[in-house]
Design a protein. Structure first.
Length: 273
């Protein structure tokens, strides 16, 4: 995305890890710091330093600051308290972009003016290094310009995909929202298995860490399907094939992940009420 597409005024509500990653991405892509304001009572030190260095306004007055977009990056449990306070900033041309987990479009609409254009997004933690993926859904009041602005703001920290059915957000949460934890657990398991095979703990973790990180980058850069890359590593009757016979068996990884993601999807639905 070209930096010139990031125009307009932006109000960021919540400047924690995800909010901090977003504002850092916006500024890196050329957004004028004078066009950004932040509402957060206690940003982390690194974000506070950024706000100070770039002279970004905190706690703006709705009478003097009229944002084109409001990005809600607060914890879901803070929504009841925070959203009514930002309602005064919402104008007919404002798009509200929420990345709060579990907060549906309907719940946001109830707390905002009736004309509010609302986008709900589900990012994941690799956004903190600009390698996240966000899946977004827009209500019927979001027009083409508002959708483009929301897409630009979210794509500052990674890939953006749009869906037409909000109910899919629960499965998205289970796959990509929680997904980094699965990869980290996989790394832990490989390292522990290496120790059980006789490796020193430090070496086993180093091997697991670099293998997972490198494989992810290979998947990213190669353009090949994961199945093809797996096949490329696997020689018939070799060591990889011996391991995959277990991992791809009846009670292997596919069955485990199917159950795990189903459980996470259900939990996401339960939390959303």
């Amino acid at each position: 995305m070209a930096a010139s597409s990031l125009h307009g005024t932006i109000l960021l509500v919540g400047a924690g890890k995800m909010g901090g990653a977003l504002i850092g991405g916006w500024l890196a892509r050329g957004l004028d710091p004078s066009k950004v304001a932040v509402i957060d009572p206690a940003p982390p030190p690194e974000v506070l330093k950024l706000l100070s260095e770039r002279k970004i306004v905190r706690d703006p007055d709705p009478k003097s600051f009229s944002p084109d977009a409001i990005v809600l990056a607060v914890k879901p449990q803070s929504a009841v308290e925070i959203i009514p306070k930002i309602a005064a900033f919402v104008k007919p041309k404002t798009v509200v972009v929420s990345i709060m987990a579990g907060r549906t479009i309907a719940s946001l609409e109830q707390a905002l003016p009736a004309f509010a254009a609302v986008v709900r997004g589900m990012p994941n933690t690799p956004a903190s290094i600009g390698r996240g993926i966000t899946v977004a859904f827009a209500n019927k009041r979001v027009d083409g310009m508002s959708r483009a602005l929301a897409n630009d703001l979210l794509s500052a920290v990674g890939v953006v995909e749009w869906i037409d059915d909000e109910r899919l957000i629960d499965a998205v949460t289970a796959v990509s929202g929680s997904g980094p934890a699965y990869v980290f657990l996989l790394t832990e398991c490989i390292a522990k298995a290496g120790v059980n095979a006789g490796l020193p703990a430090n070496l086993a973790m180093k091997l697991a860490h670099e293998t997972v990180a490198g494989s992810g980058e290979l998947l990213h850069q190669s353009g090949l399907d994961a199945s093809k890359l797996r096949e490329n590593v696997t020689s018939p009757g070799g060591t990889t094939a011996a391991a995959l016979e277990i991992l791809m068996g009846k009670d292997g990884l596919e069955a485990l992940f199917t159950r795990a993601i189903a459980a996470a999807t259900k939990r996401s639905r339960d939390l959303a009420g």
